[in-house]
Design a binder for this molecule. Sequence first.
Ligand SMILES: Cc1ncc(COP(=O)(O)O)c(C=O)c1O
Length: 384
Amino acid sequence: MIISSQRHLFSLPRDICYLNAAFMTPQTIDMIAAGDDGIALRAQPWQVTEGGFFTDVERVRALYAELIDANANDIAMSPAASYGIATAARNIKLEAGQEILVVEDQFPSNIYSWRRMADEQGLEIIEVKRPKTDTWTNAILAEIETRGEKLGLLALPAVHWADGGVIDLVAISKKAKNIGALLVLDLTQSVGAMPFSVKDVDADYVAVAAYKWLFSPYSTGFLYVAPRHQNGVPLEENWINRKGSENFAGLVDYVDEYAAGARRFDVGERANFSLMLQAEQSVKQILSWGVENIAETIKEKNKTIRDIFADVGFRGCYAPEQTAHILGVESDNELSPAFVATLREEGVRLSVRGKALRIAPHVYNDDKDIENLKMALGKALSKS
Ligand SMILES: Cc1ncc(COP(=O)(O)O)c(C=O)c1O
C-alpha cells in the first residue's frame, strides 16, 4: 500500500526539499516530544524509577526484534553500527589464511574491525568490485563460488550506502551456509525501509544504527546476535548486563552470570532515558506505517525522481528494476560546483558522491517537493 504524504507529522519548512534520509531522517513532532519527556526527567532524578533502567529498554528491545522478525532475547542495545560489528569481530575466530568478503566502498564501520581482525588472525580481505552491468548479488555469488571454503566470513549490507545497489541476502546466505562461512550484516541503510527477516537470512550478527531509516536519536541502535553466539564475550563488562542487576541493593554481590540472551552485549548506560523514549516512539511509528508500505512508497517516489533526472541526461547507477529506497543517479560529466551549489540554494538536500547523486526520499516528501526538485534541477543545469 502506498502511504499518502505524512508531512503533517513533521515540522519541515516548505522551502526545503529533503531527499537525504540515507544521511539522517528528521524526527516527527511526537518523537521530539517523547525525547523532551525523557530530558525533563533529569531535572527530577527522584522520578527516575527502575522502569527507566529496565522496562523502557525491554520495550524498545522487543520493538527492534519485531522489525527484523527476531525474538527480543536475540537483541542487544548498541549505540552505533561500529559497536555491533566490533562485538561480532571480538567473537569470531577464523583459521589463518581464510578470507573475509566485503564489497567495494563499503561503509567503514563494517570494515575497520575486519581489518584489525585480519591483522590479528592472519586473514585476507577480499573486496567484490562494483559490477558494471550485472547485479551485486551475482557478483558476490560468483566470488563465493570461486573462493569456496577459504571464505570464512561475509561482512555485507543489504543496500550499498553510496548508491542504493541492492544485495539479495537470502540467496547469498544460502550459498554462504553451503561453504560454512559466517554472515555479519550492517543493515543501517535498510532496516525500516526494506523488509528483512532473520528467519529467512539466518545471519550470525546484524548491526543497525537507528538514526537513519528508523527515525531514532543519534547513538541508538541494536545488534542481533543469533542464539548460537549468545554465550560470547561482550566488548565491556558493565553492571547492568549481569544476572540479577535489577536488585540495586545486591550489586556488590558480584556474579559471573550474565542476563539472558543477547543482553550481555548491551552497551553500558544503555538506559539513556530520553533516547529510549524517542527510540520507542520512532520504531512504533515505523511499525504503524509498515515496513512493506514504506518500501513500496519510497520506491514509487524514486521511480518518479529517476525519470526526472533521466529527462536531463542522468542515468540510474543500476537498472530500473533494482531501484530501492536509495536511488543513485550519475552523469557522464563531472558535477560542476555551480550545479551542486544551486541545488542547495534552491533548498534541495541530497548527497553528492563523485559524479553521482544519492537520493533518499521518505513518506514526508510530497508532490510539491517533486515540483521543487524539477525547478531546482532546471536552474542548476542552466547555471552549470
Ligand atoms: C551503511 C552504514 N552503516 C553505518 C553507518 C553509521 O555507522 P556508525 O553507527 O558506526 O557511526 C552509516 C552512516 O552513514 C552507514 O551508511
